[in-house]
Design a protein around this ligand. Structure first.
Ligand SMILES: Cc1cc2nc3c(=O)[nH]c(=O)nc-3n(C[C@H](O)[C@H](O)[C@H](O)COP(=O)(O)O)c2cc1C
Length: 204
C-alpha cells in the first residue's frame, strides 16, 4: 500500500483525495445578495444529507460570495449541472468581483424561483429551492478552526423537467449529470449501461 499522513503531504504528482472520493455530484449554487444581484458557482464538495425533509449541503473553502449571500438572504437554489451545460457550469467558477453576475458571464438565463429570492438556471432541468438550515465552520480533530464552511439547506421546492420522468420514475442517466473527479480537469458522466441493482439484506 502507498500510505501517507495528509498533514505531512501526499508526496504524489497530484493529490489523490478528490480522485478517490469521486466522481462527485456538483452543487451548482445560485444565490442573491442583499441588493438582489445574482450569483452562481459550482461546488463539488456537495451532497444530500437527509430525506425528510430533504437537506443538501456544500462546503466552501474560504468565505466565498455564495456563502456570504446565503448567510445574508438565508436562501439558495441548487441546479443540476448536465453534460450539455458542463462548459457553462465551469465558466461560472470564475472569480468575479462581488456583485458581478455569473449567469450573464456564462450565457445562462436566470429564472425566478417560487419560494426564494435566488434565481434558477433556466437551462438546467432540475432545480431545488432551499432555505439555509445551518452554516458550520469546520474544525480539525483538535478543534482548530478552518477557513471552510459547510452550508446546509432544507429543500422547500423541487422542479423537474418532465422529460426526465418516465412512468413517474426519475431517469438519473438520461439527465447526464456532470460528476467531478480528481486533478484540475477530470469529469465523468454516466450512462444506463453502467447501472446495476442490489437488494438490501433487510429487504430480501
Ligand atoms: C467543478 C467545480 C467544483 C468546485 N468545487 C468547489 C468546492 O467544493 N468548494 C469550493 O470552495 N470551491 C469549489 N470550486 C471553486 C468555486 O466554484 C470558485 O471559487 C467560485 O469562484 C466561487 O464562487 P462564489 O465566490 O461566487 O461563491 C469548484 C469549481 C469547479 C469548476
Amino acid at each position: 500500500m502507498y500510505s501517507y499522513q495528509p498533514s505531512e503531504g501526499h508526496g504524489l504528482p497530484h493529490d489523490p483525495l478528490n480522485a478517490i472520493i469521486g466522481p462527485r455530484p456538483i452543487g451548482w449554487i445560485a444565490s442573491a445578495d442583499s441588493q438582489g444581484r445574482n450569483n452562481l458557482a459550482p461546488y463539488s464538495f456537495f451532497n444530500c444529507f437527509n430525506y425528510r425533509p430533504p437537506i443538501i449541503g456544500f462546503a466552501s473553502s474560504g468565505w466565498k460570495d455564495s456563502v456570504r449571500n446565503i448567510i445574508e438572504s438565508k436562501e439558495f437554489v441548487w441546479n443540476l449541472a448536465t453534460r450539455p451545460l458542463a462548459e457553462q457550469m465551469n465558466e461560472t467558477s470564475a472569480s468575479l468581483p462581488h456583485g458581478e453576475d455569473e449567469f450573464s458571464r456564462a450565457g445562462l438565463t436566470p429564472l425566478a424561483s417560487q419560494f426564494v429570492a435566488a434565481s434558477r438556471v433556466a437551462e438546467s432541468p432540475v432545480h431545488f429551492e432551499c432555505r439555509l438550515s445551518q452554516c458550520i465552520q469546520l474544525t480539525t480533530a483538535n478543534g482548530t478552526a478552518l477557513e471552510t464552511w459547510l452550508v446546509l439547506g432544507e429543500v422547500v421546492a423541487i422542479h423537474i423537467d418532465e422529460t426526465l420522468l418516465e412512468g413517474g420514475i426519475y431517469q438519473t442517466a438520461k439527465a447526464q449529470p456532470v460528476l467531478r473527479a480528481g486533478g484540475p480537469t477530470a469529469y465523468y458522466t454516466i450512462s444506463e449501461e453502467q447501472r446495476f441493482d442490489l437488494v438490501r439484506p433487510d429487504a430480501r
